[in-house]
Design a protein. Structure first.
Length: 281
């Protein structure tokens, strides 16, 4: 009997132990991250990671074809057209005057006298130091022609029409050509041209410079300008205008006044040497 009681007592203790151990085992399984394997097994299952290697430096991007403007200009064909639009070639001048002698023959006619029309024949000899600057000696001889308004003027002013009658003039002028260009002639030929201005000083002979008064030449100053076309290497056509001022006294009883010659010029110029060449620097 005593032995049976011991067995029963052991059974009861075993049951109580199982009842107490079951919740503990369930809680152990529910906890995350608990590894119940042996240390040796864990080392075999998870080998240490290999050491990290430094990443190689990134290669610099290659420049786009066409340089800096390549991406902006697009494809090769578009790039060529765009560069052609942006890069402009500077053309050579079609006519050179530097270190050339110039001889001009012109026909002047006055524009400022309604009673006495003056027509003349003149010329200019110039040396071109540069394409844009020349020093010239200019002269003209004048003929005075009476107009139909002279009789009406004499009747209105009782025959007192006082005006200076120029006979000739000789001037030393500086000629400056600041503008150069070209134009199409009849749609088939390119003609080169330039605009010029001139200024200088000299003398004018009038009817009072000759007999019977013989007062000699009068000091004068002039200013003018014009347009020249160059159809050939040795030839130029000119259309110009000049204003010449000089003091004169038409009668001995009148004071000296400033007389003027306002004239239009139509001329032709010849250059020597007859041809020119470009000298590369």
């Amino acid at each position: 009997m005593g032995r049976r009681k011991d067995i029963s007592s052991l059974r009861r203790q075993a049951c109580v132990f199982l009842l107490l151990a079951a919740p503990l085992a369930a809680g152990a399984q529910a906890l995350p991250g608990i590894d119940l394997s042996e240390p040796g097994e864990k080392a075999q299952q998870q080998p240490p990671p290999p050491p990290r290697q430094a990443a190689p430096p990134a290669a610099a991007p290659l420049p786009a074809e066409g340089g800096v403007l390549g991406p902006a200009l697009g494809a090769p064909g578009e790039r060529d057209a765009a560069l052609a639009d942006r890069v402009k070639a500077v053309q050579r001048k079609g006519f050179l005057k530097r270190h050339r002698l110039e001889l001009t023959l012109d026909l002047p006619a006055t524009l400022n006298d309604a009673f006495y029309q003056k027509a003349g024949a003149g010329g200019r000899l110039a040396w071109n130091f540069q394409d844009s600057f020349a020093l010239a000696v200019r002269g003209a001889y004048w003929w005075t022609l009476r107009t139909d308004h002279l009789r009406e003027g004499q009747a209105a002013f009782q025959g007192q029409l006082l005006s200076s009658q120029p006979v000739a003039q000789l001037m030393l002028d500086g000629v400056w050509s600041p503008v150069y260009g070209k134009a199409s002639w009849m749609g088939s030929r390119i003609v080169h041209f330039d605009l010029f201005v001139l200024a200088g000083a000299g003398v004018v002979w009038s009817d009072t410079s000759l007999a019977p008064r013989r007062e000699g030449p009068h000091p004068a100053a002039d200013l003018g300008g014009g347009l020249r076309f160059y159809p050939a290497d040795w030839l130029a056509l000119e259309l110009g205008f000049t204003a010449t001022l000089y003091p004169d006294r038409p009668t001995t009883t009148a004071p000296s006044t400033a007389s003027r010659i306002l004239a239009a010029h139509l001329g032709v110029s010849f250059f020597y040497p007859f041809s020119f060449e470009y000298l590369e620097p």
